[in-house]
Design a protein around this ligand. Structure first.
Ligand code: MLT
Length: 342
């Protein structure tokens, strides 16, 4: 007898194939700003179908067999790099990890030359994280393989926002509530956060109400131009939201002191048990990680029943499988249909 999970899995995979044939045609995932509502939904639905693979005893499908994915990370990362690696492996792709500190980049090679050399080895997709905003976009113009943005400066982190939304859907859909029904607070260092920007683009496109909360130095009023609310009191907002997405304070990107002391930041903008008691009972608490425990979030909240922080990590795998599957598939489709040069 097939289990509910298996039934859902096979039905969803069928749905994925037809949805994907209909509308997904991008070889790259550079950000969420340019994506339509339908494209975001295809990514989320495909991730839902692929989530089931990780529940099997043999956690592998042949979808990307024979394909090669290269991880090219110019900034530190444990979670995202590992998640992309495992996602590619679950789809049977081969994975190459490039360590920038020990590569030719440290001898002065340009990003484009590094990428072209990697591509010349027959790579189908490059997953790139770079400290410069726009690096993946410029690379996409210089190579033929798929480029997946794993975080560019403070600009975008599309797979993080997708996994955040996937986690919201997972929590609220059983109650019959879609993303469009949700009020999401994004709290803290919005100014330096690529996670915040990607979330803003996608959540507003899907119809959610978004409120940004933080000190004026880290959450300037100019963000209201993105179609979101901007406020500076966390306590006032908490009773009205369904999701609280706590951002890490990006100390490495701060050019000057953005708040008087860590203690003061935590006093006004840290999520703790006392603040949680002001929230709706089923509020969902998210954090992209790595967490500064005791600063933007207390351990009691991070490890408590409203926290979906580890679910986010698990869901990241399904989301990244979907991104690789759709983009590499679209890239091969495009090249198959591009007339070869005479
Ligand atoms: C990122 O790379 O942006 C992380 O996922 C979030 C963070 O570093 O705060």
């Amino acid at each position: 007898m097939t289990s509910a999970v298996e039934q859902r899995g096979s039905a969803a995979v069928t749905a994925v194939s037809s949805a994907e044939q209909k509308t997904w045609c991008r070889p790259h995932l550079l950000g969420l700003e340019d994506l339509s509502r339908d494209e975001i939904m295809i990514l989320l639905d495909t991730a839902l179908a692929l989530q089931e693979v990780s529940t099997r005893s043999i956690k592998k499908v042949p979808a990307l067999r024979g394909k090669v994915v290269a991880n090219l990370f110019f900034e530190d990362s444990t979670r995202t790099r590992t998640s992309f690696r495992l996602a590619a492996q679950r789809m049977s792709a081969d994975v190459m990890d490039f360590f920038v500190a020990t590569s030719s980049v440290s001898k002065g090679e340009t990003l484009a030359d590094t990428a072209r050399n990697i591509e010349a080895m027959g790579v189908d997709a490059i997953v790139i994280r770079h400290r410069s905003s726009g690096a993946p976009h410029s690379l996409a113009k210089q190579v033929k393989c798929s480029i997946i943005n794993a975080g560019d400066g403070s600009h975008e982190h599309p797979t993080q926002a997708l996994l955040d939304m996937f986690t919201m859907r997972e929590h609220f859909l059983p109650q019959g509530r879609t993303i469009a029904d949700l009020h999401v607070a994004i709290v803290g260092d919005v100014a330096n956060s690529r996670v915040a920007r990607s979330n803003i683009w996608a959540l507003t496109r899907l119809g959610a109400k978004v409120t940004l909360v933080g000190p004026t130095t880290l959450c300037p009023d100019s963000f209201a131009g993105f179609g979101v609310n901007v406020v500076h009191s966390l306590d006032d907002v908490l009773p009205h939201v369904d999701v609280v997405n706590m951002l890490r304070v990006q100390f490495e990107r701060l050019t000057s002191a953005a708040f008087p002391s860590v203690r003061e930041y935590s006093r006004f903008f840290g999520m703790n048990e006392q603040r949680l008691s002001r929230c709706r009972e089923d509020v969902l608490v998210l954090h992209p990680g790595p967490m500064n425990r005791g600063l933007e979030i207390s351990s009691a909240v991070a490890d408590g029943p409203n926290s979906a922080i580890l679910r986010q990590v698990s869901n990241g795998l399904a989301v990244r499988m979907a991104v690789l599957y759709l983009c590499i598939g679209a890239a091969s489709f495009t090249s198959r249909n591009t007339p070869s040069n005479p």
